[in-house]
Ligand binder design. Structure first.
Ligand SMILES: Cc1cc2nc3c(=O)[nH]c(=O)nc-3n(C[C@H](O)[C@H](O)[C@H](O)COP(=O)(O)OP(=O)(O)OC[C@H]3O[C@@H](n4cnc5c(N)ncnc54)[C@H](O)[C@@H]3O)c2cc1C
Length: 492
């Protein structure tokens, strides 16, 4: 008999862990509380529209290639990718728009037009960022970070210095550029990491390399096509995925997880991999005796922002929008202060508008637009219908002005989503959207560990443990945890 592994949750990390373990010969069952797999990357269909509920940026295509290649497959076995060009639009004060070309050479020319000499500096910046990407993505993120010894090699210590771990992204970037617009463009990808450029290690310029050099892509049919591909692959490997199984308890006996209990039944386990939000697993499924970290620890973590989202079906086309549009038309520092320093609903929010129907006709009825709006907001805020409506109108006012057309009167479907939904749907700590912020003090060994310190066959994976939030890191997290399980439990 193969060892029985129960994976809790079917997001990127859970599916990656389950597939990797099944591939290594384990008998794997995934228990998912929702009726659709995919976690934060779920999808819903209504009135001819297909809405991806979470991720919309497909970056680091190499990680997806490597993932499928680990099982002898290619992304193209499951979905078709297209590269976006322009990659995205950034809207600055007074609706000044910069469309970022996919070509690095043209991007360099764009920078040169804003600041003399910046094309050459951009090339040097990218050269250093490529090194960081190579070391960061090909080495560091694969470390389980369960022991300091993993980092004690001369080569790695040398790399740490070259990675500029102890310098902030903000000061790093200012060594290359002075122009305010260029600085804004370069700082944008850092926002994905959930902290300000001042609090993010310069190592994360690897994000600029990923975004600018490796490109912004889109899987035709929507981001959920990746999940569909991963689910198909998991099933090919023999993984059983059981939906609508809300896990209520991990039963432990003599320091070992024995059973996973759901609202529908009980599942024997020889190993448990929890990919649901780490805090929820500790707080609700384990109880005080077996948790790694107490409430005080969790309350001190710097969370990445949560989000107020709107999914809109619009019965006309909006010519001005690109696939990805970032509204940086208000002061980022004020918005960041209202997320991190004095958490509150933002006074003048920046926001992101995505119109994937620009690239993909299959996700909206003919002549219509599929629009997704995202406002980053502090976690743990009170959200109500009234607040959501207020922000809807603030954002739509700006969007309509920018696009030069009325939009609200053409909205045929509208759904909002915020903190209380993240809590209800994913058991998200403080209603977080993207887990922990990638600050220096929450990197590698300083993140919640992927192995239980008290239950010998319990592991954690996903965006609240190593290597961190985002689709590619969550995928990697699942593969890393599978390797750790296999190191410990592989039968001779
Ligand atoms: C709005 C939004 C936009 C984003 N945009 C991007 C982007 O453009 N690019 C990018 O790379 N990343 C993006 N991200 C981040 C990325 O989506 C996440 O980091 C990633 O999907 C997390 O995967 P995960 O497996 O760790 O967690 P999850 O996807 O949350 O999976 C955990 C699963 O556990 C399940 N679960 C929880 N509790 C229980 C229980 N008790 N019993 C059973 N199951 C349970 C949940 O239902 C869920 O399915 C975005 C996230 C959000 C929310």
């Amino acid at each position: 008999m193969n060892m029985k592994v129960i994976v809790i949750g079917s997001g990127f990390s859970g599916l990656a862990a389950a597939t990797s373990l099944a591939d290594k010969g384990y008998d794997v069952t995934v228990l998912e509380k929702n009726s659709v797999a995919g976690g934060r990357a779920r999808v819903f269909h209504t009135e001819g529209f297909t809405f991806d509920m979470g991720p919309s940026w497909y970056w680091m295509p190499d990680i997806f290639e490597n993932y499928f290649a680990a099982f002898g497959k290619k992304p193209s076995d499951y979905y078709d990718l297209v590269r976006l060009d322009p990659s995205y639009a950034v809207i600055l004060a007074n609706n000044e728009t910069i469309n970022l070309p996919a070509s690095i050479d043209k991007l360099g020319d764009l920078f040169e037009s804003m600041e003399a000499g910046s094309k050459a500096k951009f090339q040097e910046f990218l050269r250093q960022a490529e090194y960081k990407y190579d070391v960061g993505i090909n080495q560091f993120v694969w470390k389980p970070s369960t022991s300091i010894t993993e980092f004690l090699s001369l080569k790695l210590l040398y790399d740490v210095v070259r990675l500029d771990v102890f310098q902030s992204f903000s000061s790093h970037i200012r060594k290359f550029f002075k122009d305010e617009k260029i600085l804004k463009l370069m700082e944008f990808p850092i926002l994905f990491l959930g902290a300000t450029p001042e609090n993010t290690p310069a190592m994360y310029s690897l994000m600029n390399y990923a975004e600018m050099k490796l490109g912004t892509w889109y899987p035709m049919g929507g981001m959920f096509k990746i999940i569909e591909g991963m689910v198909a692959l998991a099933k090919e490997k023999g993984v059983k995925i059981l939906l609508e199984q809300n896990v209520t308890k991990i039963e432990i006996d003599k320091g070992e997880a024995k059973k996973v209990i759901t609202d529908k039944g009980e599942f024997q386990a020889e190993v448990v991999v929890a990919s649901a939000d780490y805090h929820h697993v500790e707080d609700k499924l384990l109880g005080d005796k077996y948790r790694n970290y107490d409430e005080a620890y969790w309350n001190k973590r710097v969370m990445a922002p949560s989000s107020l989202l709107f999914y809109l079906g619009i019965n006309k086309r909006i010519p001005k929008l690109l696939h990805h549009n970032l509204f940086f038309d208000e002061d980022f520092k004020v918005h960041a202060h209202e997320i991190y320093t004095e958490p509150q609903w933002p006074s003048k929010p920046l926001f992101y508008a995505s119109a994937p129907s620009k690239t993909d006709a299959s996700i909206a009825p003919e002549g219509c637009e599929n629009v997704f709006l995202l406002i980053p907001v502090a976690p743990d805020l009170e959200d109500s219908e009234e607040i959501r409506e207020k922000y809807y109108h603030i954002i739509m006012e700006r969007l309509e002005k920018y696009c030069g057309v009325s939009i609200r009167d053409a909205v045929v479907f509208k759904r909002s989503y915020a903190h209380s939904d993240f809590k209800a749907d994913y058991n998200a700590f403080k209603g977080n959207a993207y887990g922990l912020a990638n600050t220096l003090m929450q990197t590698a060994l300083l993140k919640p560990t992927l192995k239980s310190k008290k239950v010998k066959n319990l592991y954690y994976t996903g965006q609240l443990t190593v290597p961190g939030p985002g689709v590619p890191p969550s995928l990697i997290s699942g593969m890393v945890v599978a390797n750790e399980v296999n190191k410990e439990f592989r039968k001779p």
